[in-house]
Design a protein around this ligand. Structure first.
Ligand code: ADP
Ligand code: MG
Length: 501
């Protein structure tokens, strides 16, 4: 029996119910388990080790601080997961539209500040970000060169066949490098298995995420126009996903001759200063692009020193990826506001573009409006249909199932419901369930899983000139079907790629 016999036949057109059903009818290789364990898994693991598809091993103490120590292969799906071609094309088509949307929202300070006004009162982290935003506005800091390295995440909703957006990441979108390596791994395994596989590598779409991210960083560096300058990556002191980051640094140097330095926010405070024209210096080195791979979570700001660093970077003339306005534009509260009737019209003139963008919006509700009572009651009655989300990034923060009712009841009771404004409510999406071999720490197990598609995109603007606006590869994350959360770094999901059907 071949691997391919397990995959549904190629199909085109809209994602129809019949197609969705095929998706969940099992795509796991019909080759026996022993072949998978004794042949395919070792090949996948040695390939991963030899090609840098690796992360720090949590059981090794120094693996998050010293590169080259305590590496383990990244958690991965042994074979790519099936996904309708049509839905993939739709997600790709949306990428430049979301890039532009982020840029336009970021420039609309009134919209941002109004939309986040109530969140600000209930959430001190958002309040701090808004304080920095206000200082930038007050000082008239111009952000002429704006760089976005985004990832828009989607799930395919089984009930309707619609591709629905989970969230849009504008800061620290991770796994561009490891994601593209997983694609290469899957193509390798298919080719390596030969006839036995019966799969075709051409159905695993190319994935240039790492190269395209490096290209965008290099173009931003070029727009800034100082050949002596380096790129600064803002990192955490401890980072087990460091190889995903080091890959970009390596590509930036090998392809463009640009050097990247890594500093934590507290190191930025200690070593950073502004020059006479507000250029950013770290020690004696001038920095033209600041790329945040930290700074999106309150944990990244244990003291005032880290906030000082964030402000210093924002005040500088360096290109920030993201600048504070892009960061705010990626807030879940903004996602919910954009889904309100009439709001997209503020940012797009073209009606077709509005229809396209709106078609991927799931149900999203604010909890602090006069009219919120009805939806809160509905969510308390039917918690399985909703996800409750705070203004946080990075996984592990959301509430699901029965906990949604409990949390809503508790929030309503406390301080007259003041805390509700720190959350949004979202329609729960139920994607197709399919079997997959998940490989963690050298051990594979066949599980019922669901997948979430992330489309990377890059955007660069310099004043009136749109230098770059494109889709930039993808990441599929797959997790056991009964797990709520989805982060790979947070330990819930594995890296995967697409097998288009
Ligand atoms: P974070 O910023 O923490 O990544 P997300 O909104 O991406 O927040 O939520 C984390 C994970 O929770 C997602 O990757 C997804 O697996 C799951 N999730 C989020 N929203 C929904 C939803 N509406 N329906 C189903 N699962 C969801
Ligand atoms: Mg997410």
């Amino acid at each position: 029996m071949t691997l391919a016999s397990a995959y549904p036949p190629a199909g085109t057109g809209l994602v129809k119910h019949s197609e969705l059903e095929t998706l969940s009818q099992g795509v796991i290789p019909q080759v026996n388990d022993e072949h998978v364990v004794s042949v395919l898994v070792p090949e996948a693991l040695s390939w991963s080790s030899l090609h840098g598809l690796v992360v720090g091993n949590t059981s090794h103490e120094r693996s998050g601080t010293i590169p080259g120590v305590g590496l383990v292969h990244a958690p991965l799906s042994l074979l790519p997961s099936p996904f309708p071609r049509q839905a993939f094309s739709q997600a790709i088509e949306l990428a430049p539209l979301f890039n532009r949307l982020v840029d336009r929202v970021s420039q609309d300070a009134d919209f941002l500040r109004q939309a986040l006004a109530r969140t600000r009162k209930a959430d001190s982290f958002t309040a701090r970000l808004l304080d920095i935003h206000l200082q930038i506005l007050d000082k008239g800091v111009k952000q002429e060169i704006r760089l976005g390295l985004h990832r828009s995440d989607y799930m395919l909703d089984m009930a309707t066949g619609n591709l629905l957006q989970v969230e849009l990441n504008t800061i620290s979108s991770s796994f561009a490098a490891l994601g593209s390596l997983v694609t290469s791994l899957h193509r390798h395994l298919i080719n390596w298995s030969g006839d036995r596989s019966g799969l075709e590598a051409k159905n695993v779409p190319e994935n240039s995420a790492a190269d395209t991210f490096a290209e965008a960083l290099a173009l931003a560096w070029k727009e800034y126009g100082d050949n002596r300058a380096v790129v600064l990556m803002v990192v955490r002191e401890e980072e087990r996903n460091m190889y995903d980051q080091y890959w970009l640094a390596l590509k930036l140097f090998e392809s463009y001759g640009i050097k990247l330095i890594r500093k934590t926010l507290s190191q930025v405070t200690a070593e950073g200063k502004l020059g006479s024209n507000n250029e950013l210096f770290i020690g004696k080195q001038v920095v033209s692009v600041v790329y945040y791979r930290a700074g999106y979570s309150p944990d990244d700001y244990p003291s005032e020193s880290e906030w000082d660093a964030r402000l210093l970077l924002e005040l500088s003339t360096a290109v920030k990826c993201p600048n504070i306005s892009y960061h705010l534009a990626g807030a879940k509260k903004i996602q919910q506001e954009l889904a309100k009737p009439g709001i997209l019209e503020r940012f797009f003139e073209n009606k077709q573009e509005i229809v396209k963008v709106r078609s991927c919006f799931a149900g999203l509700w604010s909890l602090e409006d006069e009219n919120s009572d009805e939806i809160i009651k509905e969510a308390i009655r039917n918690p399985e249909g909703f996800v409750l989300k705070p203004q946080r990034e990075g996984g592990g923060n959301n509430t699901y199932g029965a906990d949604v009712s409990e949390k809503l009841i508790q929030l309503r009771k406390t301080d007259g419901g003041a805390g509700l404004a720190a959350y949004i409510l979202m329609q729960r999406i139920f994607p197709a369930v399919h079997p997959a071999y998940l490989v963690h720490d050298g051990i594979s197990s066949c599980k019922e899983t669901i997948s979430e598609l992330g489309i990377f995109s890059t955007y660069l603007r310099n004043g009136k000139k749109e230098v770059l606006n494109k889709e930039a590869g993808y990441l599929l994350r797959t997790k056991v079907a009964d797990s709520n959360e989805g982060g790979v770094a947070a330990g819930y999901a594995v890296l995967d790629s697409l097998y288009l059907i």
